[in-house]
Design a binder for this molecule. Sequence first.
Ligand SMILES: [Zn+2]
Length: 276
Amino acid sequence: MTEAATVTGCLTKMAVEPGSPARYTLRAGEARVDLNARLGHPLRLTWTGAIACTQCGRATRKSFGQGHCYPCFKKLAQCDTCIMKPELCHFFQGTCREPEWGERHCFQPHVVYLANASGLKVGITRLTQVPTRWLDQGAVQALPILEVDSRQQSGFVEVLFKDEVSDRTNWRAMLKGETRELDLAGERDRLLERLAPGLAELRQRFGDGAIRVLDEAPRAFDYPVLEYPRKVVSHNFDKSPEVTGTLLGIKGQYLILDSGVINLRKFTGYEVAVEA
Ligand SMILES: [Zn+2]
């Protein structure tokens, strides 16, 4: 058993590696805490009241867009609406907030995937974010189904799929661990057939080779959870700066404590003392 120690720093999203179960590392400034090793042990997180912008480091009274000060939130391409809704990409109108960043991040191969965190959902991600993206969502299954050349194209494909499949995760259901196993390959075949006319239209627009069907095997993920909550109660540093309890699990970007759950990603940039 490790001795309890306190470290203080600004939170960034937890690092996660796939495995049986996935391995989570809490990151607070320079400090790292191996969370899997803390399962079943007391954990205390105390917000000092400070928030530092993850982009420029300036102090901010409020966090915008998961860890930014207001000027960065208004200025950065990564905080623009088109990141959440890539079909609204306005690069070609010459109005991208940071064209060079856009070229590096948006004009890259993206995958359209099916995942199961709380039921069937569709999502998109850069090829380089696989499988981290799925672990961050708490998905127990995932299957990449299409590859496209840009973020905008992935947005158009996702819009097409949204007529048939949700693009949301019900985080409460995800945290209760009530997800039943799905036949993702079967769902893929069904959806590709049903959406074939829409996909053909997009290929006509972007070129025959633009939207490629992938032939991959479904992936399964396993999380370090001793016990799922029956009722999901959330902690929130803004309402109560001290979060304490026994660590019962980690799933997605959530800590599951016997006293409630906390979405650490939501508090990116918050300076927190971690006692573990
Ligand atoms: Zn800033």
